[in-house]
Write a new protein. Structure first.
Length: 82
């Protein structure tokens, strides 16, 4: 997945899960539903649409949304953040 590529909800969740698990010793995952909630709450803008009209997300936007929601998510799985 190259930079500049747009990611669907499932791909976005997989990427965010990889990032979050690096910080949580594999304790925290990001679901496709969470990615949809990020969008609905204004954390993640839609960068385009796929051939079926489903939203696609830019890598930089996805990284910002993951970072913005990380603290609460890690606290929910019992991991404090610095």
């Amino acid at each position: 997945m190259a930079n500049g590529t747009l990611y669907n909800g499932t791909q976005a969740a997989e990427l965010a899960t990889r990032w979050r698990r690096m910080l949580s010793a594999d304790a925290a995952a990001v679901t496709r539903s969470a990615v949809c909630k990020w969008r609905a709450r204004g954390h993640l803008p839609v960068a385009g649409l796929d051939e079926n009209g489903r939203p696609l997300y830019a890598l930089a936007d996805l990284a910002q949304a993951e970072k913005a929601t990380r603290g609460r998510a890690l606290r929910l799985v019992g991991i404090g953040t610095q």
